[in-house]
Design a protein around this ligand. Structure first.
Ligand code: FMN
Length: 354
């Protein structure tokens, strides 16, 4: 299946969703469309966290603090990379940033590609959150497919402009292949990533967008000077579904939309391939229980994206409530399995149900 095939070239021009830009169409699809994997799960449901009825912990003093990418976090949680570029993106980013600041967690922004050709800084305002979140670990974002040596100084300037602490580079060959006019040439992209990592004065985290970094991809990252990996596995939002919905108004190729490395599997594979690499688990992380299992399986932090979209559009209070509930559920998990901090959780047994 290529973009030259007759069938796949017929795009639905009237999506009937009343939103002009692709970014807004993505948001609309994520709010209202069938974008969740239907047959693939994260795999966390196959693990059971050992419950300890004789825990000796005090819920009130369970410490979720950790460090990641050189920053101190009050909980091992980041807001997943989502958006930027439109007025609605500004609302989303600012409401989430305010919540992240209050909770002492981190935040990843959406792709800053749009900032690279924005000399007068018009779209940059949608990424401006530092005034509301002065202490938050803030991670900028760019796509691997769009990397070029010439873009390196522009990326550094975009990160300076928003006051980022680090850069996430997303690799998304399946998403790009499903997208109308997507960037489908990934040849040489590892070398461009190396050039960026060697030149950029910011730590780099490499992530997928929900189809997963597994053993084969992790092997390719082994010798690169990167600071962390986010497995961004399958089982949550499928970007192959999102792009098909935006392009055709339907999921025309469901089999390929269900493809990916499930998050729990991705996590164990990357942990085995890159034992010392700081790891983020994301892709279908929906509850504090999922987060606790991911940490016990070897992640250092977790991130969640789509579940935060609707609350972030609603209000700063709704964004805070969603994230606060998630963090407190994670705290209860540590308490219930006898772990008084994240290091102790990592020593807790997980039963694999087979
Ligand atoms: C509305 C929306 C926009 C997104 N935009 C980006 C992006 O610009 N860059 C990126 O790396 N990931 C992006 N993602 C992918 C998420 O960061 C995440 O990897 C993926 O959605 C799986 O996590 P989830 O199941 O918690 O949604 C986006 C996700 C959503 C929901």
């Amino acid at each position: 299946m290529t973009t030259d095939d007759a069938g796949i070239g017929q795009e639905r021009s009237d999506l009937g969703i009343g939103m002009a830009s692709r970014k807004l169409r993505h948001i609309d699809a994520c709010l209202h469309g069938p974008v969740q994997y239907e047959t693939v799960t994260t795999g966390f449901e196959r693990y059971r966290l050992a419950y300890n009825a004789l825990t000796q912990t005090n819920l009130g003093t369970v410490d979720l603090g950790t460090s990641f990418l050189g920053a101190q976090l009050r909980a091992p949680v980041l807001v997943g990379a989502m958006t930027g570029g439109a007025e609605l993106s500004r609302t989303i980013n600012r409401n989430l940033a305010e919540a992240a600041q209050k909770l002492g967690i981190g935040m990843m922004l959406g792709s800053q590609r749009i900032m690279l050709d924005d000399p007068d800084g018009t779209v940059a305002a949608s990424f401006d959150v530092r005034d509301l979140a002065p202490d938050v670990l803030l991670v900028g974002n760019i796509g691997l497919a769009q990397l070029s040596d010439a873009a390196v100084p522009k990326i550094a300037a975009a990160l300076d402009r928003i006051g980022a602490n680090a850069l996430a580079v997303h690799t998304n060959p399946l998403q790009e292949a499903m997208q109308a006019n997507g960037d489908t040439d990934f040849s040489g992209s590892l070398e461009r990533l190396r050039t960026l990592a060697e030149a950029l004065p910011y730590p780099i985290l490499v992530k997928e967008v929900g189809h997963g970094i597994g053993a084969a991809a992790a092997e390719r990252l082994r010798d690169l000077p990167i600071a962390a990996v986010d497995v961004a596995g399958a089982g949550g939002t499928s970007w192959a579904r999102v792009e098909q919905l935006v392009r055709y108004g339907e999921v025309r190729y469901p089999a390929v939309a269900e493809w990916g490395v499930p998050t729990a599997q991705a996590l164990t594979e990357v942990r085995a391939t890159l034992p010392g690499m700081p790891l983020m688990a994301s892709g279908g992380i929906r509850t504090g229980v999922d987060a606790a299992k991911a940490l016990a399986l070897g992640a250092d932090v977790v991130a969640l994206a789509r579940p935060l979209l609707a609350p972030a559009i609603e209000s700063p209070a709704a964004a805070l409530e969603a994230l606060h509930g998630f963090v407190e559920e994670l705290r209860v998990c540590l308490h219930g399995c006898g772990a008084d901090d994240v290091a102790a959780l990592k020593r807790v047994d997980l039963t694999h149900l087979g």
